[in-house]
Ligand binder design. Structure first.
Ligand code: ATP
Ligand code: MG
Length: 329
């Protein structure tokens, strides 16, 4: 599956952007047991890449290798052309890594926490104040600057941790399960924040095992299982490739025409089923694009007047279940 595509719901993906993160044959064994098996990942500059897989799939292992915190057993990993094994220091400048379990720093206000890490990143004292103001503004944490981090809610801690990750203005953000444990509102805020960072030109890898969490955040995804990448590419393309079963809704102008519409549609090429629900006909297709176009032309010719025809997209959860059942082999 390629990552080049024209239509994308999330970003304008021209497909010819340079590669930011690349692994080749990346393999990691713990005590002889493979956690990553010959992984080839490619994330383009400016992508929000969703790294999806069940527990134990190898997400954290990959992420820690990309953050130069863990050595691969075999294979290579590069970020912006920098090899993680040969230049780990440079990687730490390029990458903002947010672990899945962020430490809590007792008795520190948010400002002290950020100042502490700002110093650790060797941001000069003269610049630090401005940098901290910037990340507080970006993460909407300004009003909390004098509050104790230990008293933050989980969502706020996560946000504080993200603010910390942004201090050294990394080009690539690698976030291990940033949305886990967040309520729907916090998740939407996270999504907006990630999109803002994307607009700033950052490349973002975000992992999750909760797939629906990522479908609205990411423009590309990779699905990993038992250390192997089983699919990767544009969210939209992955979903498309999974469908021999595409569902559409046809909104009729006049609900009284539903049964005539249903009878006509059911006889057309590529139509698996057509069922009326009030003024809407639900159509299941296993059709090519020209067949779909012909269906619409036919509706017009038959004077079946409609006000809308849209695809009901399968979500990533369904896509993932289909993939891991091996139905796409
Ligand atoms: N330090 C370690 N020592 C031995 N085995 C490990 C170690 N870390 C991870 N593993 C094993 O490697 C495999 C991949 O683990 P990893 O943490 O990368 O998965 P994950 O996709 O991040 O899972 P989760 O969704 O639970 O976070 C698992 O089988 C795990 O048991
Ligand atoms: Mg993990």
């Amino acid at each position: 599956m390629d990552t080049n595509g024209s239509s994308n719901p999330v970003t304008d993906n021209t497909g010819d952007r340079p590669v930011s993160v690349r692994t080749r044959g990346l393999t990691k064994a713990y005590d002889g047991k493979l956690a990553l098996d010959d992984l080839d990942l490619e994330i383009k500059k400016g992508d929000i890449f969703g790294y999806i897989g069940p527990n134990g799939a190898g997400k954290t292992t990959t992420i820690r290798i990309l953050a130069a915190l863990l050595w691969p057993t075999r294979g290579t990993a590069e970020i912006e052309g920098v090899d993680v094994v040969r230049q780990p220091r440079r990687i730490k400048e390029l990458v903002g890594y947010m672990p899945d379990n962020f430490g809590v720093y007792e008795n520190m206000t948010l400002w002290e926490y950020l100042d502490f890490f700002g110093a650790a990143y060797r941001i000069p004292r003269s610049k630090r104040k401005r940098v901290i103001e910037d990340v507080l503004a970006l993460t909407d944490l300004g009003p909390k600057r004098d509050d104790a981090v230990s008293a933050f809610s989980r969502g706020m801690k996560q946000r504080a941790c993200l603010a910390k990750t942004l201090l050294h203005d990394p080009q690539v953000l690698i976030l291990d399960e940033p949305a886990s444990g967040l309520d729907p509102r916090a998740r939407i805020e996270l999504r907006e924040l990630l999109k803002e960072l994307q607009r700033m030109g950052k490349t973002i890898l975000v992992s999750s095992h909760i797939l629906t969490e990522l479908s609205t955040i990411c423009n590309t995804v990779g699905i990993i299982e038992k250390g192997k990448l089983i699919a990767s590419g544009e969210v939209r393309r992955i979903l498309e490739s999974l469908r021999a079963h595409r569902e559409f809704s046809l909104e009729l102008l006049d609900p009284a025409e539903a049964s005539r519409a249903r009878a006509w549609i059911a006889g057309q090429a590529g139509v698996k089923s057509a069922e009326p629900f009030g003024g809407t006909v639900k159509i299941v297709l296993d059709a090519t694009e020209p067949e779909i176009a012909a269906l619409l032309e036919g509706l017009v010719a038959e004077k079946i007047r409609f006000t809308g025809f849209r695809e009901d997209l399968v979500d990533l959860e369904t896509a993932f279940m289909t993939l891991t059942k091996g139905e796409l082999a």
